[in-house]
Design a protein around this ligand. Structure first.
Ligand SMILES: O=P(O)(O)OC[C@H]1O[C@H](OP(=O)(O)OP(=O)(O)O)[C@H](O)[C@@H]1O
Ligand SMILES: Nc1ncnc2[nH]cnc12
Length: 172
């Protein structure tokens, strides 16, 4: 299935010069959604052993991370933008392709010995994923790898990440 054909390109969003890869057109297509989640699941099963937790970043990481965790028999842990999580959090700052922000995770969400996969819809500069890796590794968990639906190659994103396997389904 040609998943790339289901992704819509929006020039100059959210700022001039950014070509936004819009996944809402993939999500609204029943076959596209099923194929994306099933392919991601199969590739993760082939590549990673015994994933305890899938960590997904707000907000688009939630869309793919939760069904993936369900299919893998893992738990899902949300990493959120500041001020959204109710219990005590750990924090990290990160850079976006179009801004700077902070991410938070509940400090009791992970601990020593947890086997963790980080999932997001897209990697651009890698700032979000690198920051999430920092949050995960600070807890003493084992970071097994990353899975993204889309990789924007040429922005150097994967070079920012720790040396673990990185799965991607669609590349630009
Ligand atoms: O590799 P990077 O340069 O860090 O960019 C990738 C991140 O940017 C987007 O999220 P965004 O912060 O726009 O938030 P959203 O998911 O709530 O739309 C995307 O979903 C990734 O999380
Ligand atoms: N070009 C882009 N399209 C969609 N989401 C993004 N997140 C960061 N850069 C992006």
């Amino acid at each position: 299935m040609d998943l790339k054909s289901l992704i819509r390109d929006i020039p100059d969003f959210p700022k001039p010069g950014i070509l936004f890869r819009d996944i809402t057109t993939l999500l609204r297509n029943p076959d596209g959604l099923r194929h994306t989640v099933d392919t991601l699941t199969q590739q993760c099963k082939d590549r990673f052993d015994k994933i305890d937790y899938v960590v997904g970043m707000e907000s688009r990481g939630f869309i793919f991370g939760t069904p993936l965790a369900y299919q893998l028999g893992a738990g899902f842990i949300p990493v959120r933008k500041p001020g959204k999580l109710p219990a005590a959090v750990c924090r990290v700052e990160y850079e976006l392709e179009y801004g700077v922000d902070r991410l938070e995770m509940h400090e009791d969400a992970l601990g020593e010995g947890c086997r963790v996969l980080i999932v997001d819809d897209l990697i651009a500069t890698g700032g979000t994923a690198a920051a999430t890796a920092q949050l995960v590794q600070q807890t003493g968990s084992e970071l097994l790898g990353f899975a993204f639906i889309i990789e924007l190659q040429g922005l150097g994103g994967r070079e920012k990440l720790p040396d673990v396997p990185i799965l991607t389904l669609i590349e630009y």
